[in-house]
Design a protein around this ligand. Sequence first.
Ligand SMILES: [Zn+2]
Length: 691
Amino acid sequence: MAELQRPTLCCCRKVLTVPGKSCESGRGLTHCRPTDVASASNFHSFKLRHFHLDLHLNFAVKRITGWQVLELTPVQPGVQSLILDTHPSLLIHSVDCKVPGASGTPDVFISLTHRVEPFTDYGSSLNISLPPAVIRPHRAFRVTIRFTTTDGPAIWWLDAELTCGQTRPLVFTQGHSVCNRSFFPCFDTPAVKSTYSATVRVPDGVTVLMSASRSAYSKQDRVFQFSMEYPVPAYLVALVAGGLQHADIGPRSRVWAEPCILTCAVSKLGGSVERWLNVAEGLFGPYVWGRYDIVFLPPSFPIVAMENPCLTFIISSILESQEFLLIDVIHEIAHGWFGNSVTNATWEEMWLSEGLATYAQRRITTEAYGEAFTCLETVFRLDALHRQMRLLGDNSPVSKLQAKFEPGVNPSSLMNLFTYEKGFCFVSYLSQLCGDIKRFDTFLKAYVEKFRFSSVVAQDLLDFFLGFFPELKESCVAQREGLEFERWLNGCGPPLCEPDLSAGRALTGPVQHLCDLWGSDPPDPQEIATYDLSSWSTFQTVLFLDRLLDRSPLPQEGMSLLSSCYSAFLDGMNAEVQIRWLQIVVRNSFYPDLPRVRSFLHKHTSRMYTVPLYEDLCCGVMKCFAVEVFYQTQGRLHPNLRRTLQQMMFQTSALNTSAAQSFFSSPPSVPSPTDPPANGTIALRDVNVSA
Ligand SMILES: [Zn+2]
């Protein structure tokens, strides 16, 4: 196994050219380069201008066969090899090189030798030897790699039975964080961006979509052509192919979905998306990607949503929960500025994407739906953050905004609510420092303008912030420490401060009052009856249920009373509400409502609505019930989810680690019961995280 040398890092989290010599607060030195311990590639040695994928999708054998052309220029002298990220599931057939001839001489074509070496359990390295006679600094050349995918973590093949319509198979890819190295060989690091194009051949009747700004279809050849004109990192290259249809919902937006859910999807989003885009443009500057389309994927989609540029991927299960759908789509829209346009250069600073996108999402909802609604949603999510903190303890390293992970740790396993909500609190803190929310909007607009289509580290953001607000810089003697940036970024535990959410009190107050009434001994049914949950918004109801869940186990009489008050009513509510009520049922071992748990698990086959319930069932006294329901429903579950649930039920000691890892990067490697948990991984129970 190749040993990974971790380079010395400067305080600004870039590689130090002179070990031990930091770069004066990490600022202003151009020789600092971002590093990425999650990539085996030598991306620093090249400039990647563009790459092209030529793919043939074979649904019968669940394989993609094709080739890829990378347009590279060496930027360092003495480069002898090209090292790309790949995966054991990717079969490399051949590698060729074309070097343009100099001044009238013909192009040179050379077959290159290559070898694949182990790297981590989420990838390997493809080491391609380059001929020294033709590879010169700053002289462009092309490498062509022929390959076939097999059963890699990026590519999800769904048999027809696993789709919504159950008539045609479907395939989609999920690159975040480090999965796309099993889709095609690449510099699989967010530090590298390039344009890309693709040619995709499929059987008749299959529609292909990609995260691209242009597309065309030749019916005669059954070939789809795509082009992404703006530079993106490898993890944002995404593809979906299946029986998809579309309907326009705005001047630059359309919804794609299987025919059986298209009408519903359009009715939930029609008219809103363009409005949200307009609000976002007013706050943060132009939307640069051209189109903003959305594709609804079957319940097997492993996360809630993914911000693939020009084409948000979102799970169809969210359609019935209108307020969650709204928040999730607005969040993905916000990534158009934060995450996709300006990207975190390393996975250790994912908050630069998620924290800023969450802040931007809340600025958009404040403008579109008012401060009270936004505060309610924020209270709900900060509650979840504090719940996660209670599970992890105050000193958990994953609670750092600048998470440091050792080579070998899968970056996906470090994605947690701190990335989103502690990141959001830090951005809110910056906006408080500048003292005026509108001025801070102007700053964010300028930040996007300055760093558009590039990858940044936290220091880039903070330097630009202090440059934009010179009075803050002057008022602070020791720059980082004076404004507590260092404590925010490298301290464990809760956010140093949280924004003022009192504007949401009209909505959160009744929730807390009702919780308090249920907490009194004995609860007063008459006073409780004065609260009408049917008049509440979804976020009020889920906040109420989450807080009851925090108090579980509840006294048995209280549980009976709760069930008689709410169970039938909550049955008719959306899945986000229902799953919380059913978790209360399970955690309180309240057998009379167990049939509702069964029918919910028979209806829902997504990870987000099954894993939390199964976890509770397996932790309590209802494991036999869980096993029974699992055997009744497993035929309709995606193999990756089936594997996760099997681990949970039959290898309980590996539960927490496997559940957390597989949530974001399936299929998981199956740890043996004796494996120690991976560094810093956590169980993601109670967490509804969109990517
Ligand atoms: Zn996100």
